[in-house]
Design a protein around this ligand. Structure first.
Ligand code: CA
Length: 234
């Protein structure tokens, strides 16, 4: 996935510590010790999340946060020097999404980074297109048809194009049974289909594995023996 994380922190030990933990989790890190340097980076680059210290040498982290918010919506986590209730409120008012009080446990920060990224991606998936028909929400699933993205419990699912289509067809025909043959023709149009063709069965099996669905008690894709497959209507 390699999300890009911006760190703006003038204390090298803290910046390095955060960087190490983030890199361990496969994040790409861009580290700056001043607001000016960070702003130059932001002008031409788009991180996925920013971690901002409040006490910076050239500018307050609050001001930096505000400047970022003028043009960007990615999550911002502020680092406050002490547990000042006012700092926390100011940060959140100016557009920060979360804050951490120093000293903090790096793992706690990583957990917050991940949670903010998940929330942000989910939000983007739902709101980016503006057209409701591109979004299908069913139980813990969110599909963005146009972007070909699918989230299960806020976590992106890696689906092949065929698996994606099968899931889309079943969801668009919620409550109705689709036979394997019908599914085959919907996906490959007039290509040859024989009764012995188990292509759809194989794709459905893979799809179920990815959805953590069991054959006995599936949450999503049900098999109607001798007829086909269906997703229950809500
Ligand atoms: Ca500082």
């Amino acid at each position: 996935m390699q999300d890009k994380i911006l760190i703006v922190e003038d204390e090298p030990e803290i910046a390095d510590l955060i960087e190490t933990y983030l890199k361990n989790e496969d994040f790409t890190v861009f580290k700056f010790n001043s607001a000016k340097a960070a702003l130059e980076y932001i002008n031409t680059n788009q991180p996925d999340l920013a971690i901002l210290d409040i006490m910076l040498p050239d500018m307050s982290g609050f001001t930096l946060c505000q400047k970022i918010r003028e043009n960007h919506t990615y999550p911002i986590i502020m680092l406050t020097a002490k547990d000042e209730e006012t700092d926390k409120i100011t940060g959140l008012t100016l557009g920060a999404d979360d804050y951490m009080t120093k000293p903090f446990r790096p793992l706690e920060l990583i957990a917050r980074v991940k949670s903010q990224l998940r929330r942000y991606k989910k939000y983007n998936l739902i709101h980016s297109e503006g057209e409701d028909k591109n979004i299908i929400i069913y139980l813990d699933l969110i599909m963005n048809i146009k972007k070909h993205e699918c989230l299960l419990n806020d976590i992106p699912l890696t689906l092949t194009p065929t698996e994606f289509l099968i899931l889309q067809i079943l969801l668009e025909n919620k409550g109705n049974v689709i036979s394997a043959e019908e599914m085959f023709h919907k996906i490959w149009q007039d290509e040859y289909y024989s009764k012995s063709n188990n292509t759809i069965t194989v794709h459905i099996r893979h799809l179920r594995e990815k959805l953590n669905d069991t054959l006995d008690n599936p949450k999503y894709i049900k098999t109607i023996w001798g007829v086909g497959y269906k997703i229950e209507g809500e």
